[in-house]
Design a protein around this ligand. Sequence first.
Ligand code: H79
Length: 419
Amino acid sequence: MADSSLDIVAESKNRMQWWKDAKFGMFIHWGVYSLLGKGEWVMYADKIPVKEYEKLAGEFNPTQFDAKAWVKCAKRAGMKYIVITAKHHDGFAMYHSRTDPFNIVDASSFGRDPLKELSEACREEGIRLCFYYSHVIDWHHPHALHDTFNNLWDYELEKKAFFSYWNHKAKGQVRELLTEYGPVGLLWFDTSGGLSKKESEAMVNMIRELQPDCLINSRVSHWPDFGDYQSKGNNEIPMYGEETREWETPMTLNQSWGYSTKDQVWKSTDALIRKLVHIVSKGGNLLLNVGPTETGIIPEQSALRLKEVGEWLARNGEAVYGTSASPFPYELEWGAVTVKEDILFLHVYNRYWPEGELALNGVRNTVKHAYLLTDPTTSSLPVHQSYQPETDHHAMRIRLPKHPPEDHVSVIALEVEGK
Ligand code: H79
């Protein structure tokens, strides 16, 4: 018994490795709701009847959609995987579902399967394709859960009706996604609405059977018994040392997931790079969202920021990808730390660039070489280390150039003796 549970942990570690190294993924919220430019909850918020929404679906025709352009946009941003809404709460499948006709091929004017096109583009570019699937909330199905406040499982009768949705549409569509689109990096479930342990387990077992390497996020329900890693709350970053398992922060670029014409509260490129570095220094991944328009375009404000983050990553990615969390279990006033083998990467936020020297206490190892990451050959930064045996205190000061050498965040690499 003990042995087999160890096997499960080992198996999970293996399938997690690509994701742990990747650090940065693109979330895409795209669907019929994009037509209205009021976010993905518009059907619920504006109380649009199912029949009306079906008419809207009929008009959905994203003629500008270009899978290659999206994948290139993600890749240029330094993102290693894409998680797209295969079906959001509106119940509309963004792929050719044979399980339910309310899908982009059978019920819209578009007639193409964007997920098929994305799976091909991702394969060509070496990006992992992953699917968001709203497994419990489905406003198009009469017997699914329709809001987050009612807990369907309180009502025996409704529970019975729910299975006509769950067994046929939910499980049927997840099966399709895992059999028709090649290897799926992960399935991203959302809002489980009190799903029973038995039903969750049946879903998880089906996924493991169809694609053993496909990861499952915690919102499938009953985390940590099910799921490979924890999706934190939307835009939530935990404290240092708070998490014992793998985790991610799903984050918006403005304040919406689905396309919004009104919302222009954009995070700056500078803030985004700091958030990425901060999350990675705590051992997490950043899943950063874009909400393409009804024609299939990633909004300019989003694309611009992603391009700039990508430019920073192209120069500093060594200190991000494949690293592990900071050994310092607290916030540092000047930035954040990541580690790879015998190198500590000090990500110094330019806005907090210290004058003259950077102080970092608690490093026991001797520093062999300190340098600016983007200038390893010509620069060597003077380091002063000291030790106070009475207090067992290791102090270190690193001499810095007057100005930060990079835009946004400048990385200092410390090669240390031992690990
Ligand atoms: O897919 C995105 C969201 O649609 C979904 N998860 C992310 C990743 C989600 N976010 N929050 N919720 C689901 C919970 C529901 C929040 C609500 Fe509301 C508050 C529903 C009604 C009040 C926000 C405000 C949405 C409509 C009005």
